[in-house]
Design a protein around this ligand. Sequence first.
Ligand SMILES: Cc1cc2nc3c(=O)[nH]c(=O)nc-3n(C[C@H](O)[C@H](O)[C@H](O)COP(=O)(O)O)c2cc1C
Length: 460
Amino acid sequence: MNMGNGGVPALKPENLGDESFRRDHRLRYAYVAGAMANGIASTRLVGEMAGAGMLAFFGAAGLGLERIEAAIDELACTHPGAPYGFNLIHSPNEPDLEAGVVDLYLRRGIRLVEASAYLRLTLPVVRYRVRGIKRDAEGRIVTPNRIMAKVSRVEVATQFFSPPPKEFLDELVRKGEITGEQASLAASIPMAQDLTAEADSGGHTDNRPLVTLLPTLLVLRDRMQGNFGYEQTLRVGAAGGLSTPAGLAAAFAMGAAYVLTGSVNQACIESGSSDAVRKMLAQAEQADIAMAPAADMFEMGVRVQVLKRGTMFPMRAAKLYDLYRANAGMEALPEADKAFIEKQLLRTTLEDAWRSTRDFFVTRDPGQVERAERDPKHRMALVFRSYLGLSSRWANAGEPSRMMDYQVWCGPAMGAFNEWARGTFLEKPENRRVVVVAEALMNGAATQLRQLFEGMTSKP
Ligand SMILES: Cc1cc2nc3c(=O)[nH]c(=O)nc-3n(C[C@H](O)[C@H](O)[C@H](O)COP(=O)(O)O)c2cc1C
């Protein structure tokens, strides 16, 4: 090995993280760009990362099947055989959509997904994992489909580090999806070999600190590996707040197999967001973020972390959630609140908003419409959710008349990155490219760790 000063081995960015992770996924760097909904993690972003030997996940959440399939076609054509994956997001409100996305991935041979927002495993995610499982000529179990699970809770991590649940395997055998022999092979594989410990991040987050979450999941990894003795050795990566060389160095020093970023990639020119949002993100400081109700799991009280500076979205969305909780339906809304919603937020009447919301769901998920027509509270939830959905679209499109309504998912990583980039060429939004940012962070992390080791070994 190449030795530097003081007998410390040269540490290159290519050496950071788990070697088997890089090998299995055919990567140069143990660096991943996480999925970002509505195609914010765009085909362009995914392609750039794949071309540079890094992994990225296309942001399939929030998109219809045709859009996702178009992205599959595009990447298959522009980056054949390159390492990349797609997002599989748990959709408790739209179970048919989650199942449809899995159908699509299986049909189109998507071999790697980032599974996220799961609270418990579902039949579709298990079906994805076990489809095609077999023994190779040497008798090793081969699983064509791999899951990188992103979690922030031990209970969820435990499920992904366990073999697929027997009741789901039995159901798949009954439906003729897998054979009995495949079900018994599946009893000795983990649902996910790779699991990302997601600390305080942009978007869905439990706001956990990485310095406590990562060590907890590393201990869990060792325990589960010990219990099950998997051939596919379990690995844990780190996400949430990673956007500086020091942050990445800390994650690798704690034992992360890989690092995964999000917020900082949205600020890059390849993201499917708009220049207006990129400009806002470049001005964000550490505290310019807030929690706001999530469009997809609104009724359940789930929240997402968003940008606060330059938009009124977090306050407006919180108001909608409070009104949803307090009222039986739109008809019961106090006059002043109704007027505020119609004038400021929807810019149309509640009746008209319901009509367009209904049109949207008739094709996407007709079950929602049937339920809403019976249940006024559900009707209100769908209309309020439509504002939350549109607010993301306005941001992505850079709609100038709706700046105050922009919903921009963002974590404290953004402010940390801006502070670090200040005075460098990366300060300007137009210079931020996903690969350049990733390489700057990985190079910086390697330098920082090397200086740390040298400092330790050169002391008497
Ligand atoms: C704009 C944006 C959209 C996101 N959308 C998704 C998504 O659709 N699916 C998902 O698994 N994670 C999503 N995430 C989370 C990222 O993939 C990543 O895990 C997270 O941003 C890492 O934390 P950081 O923001 O502190 O870098 C999103 C994050 C951002 C900033």
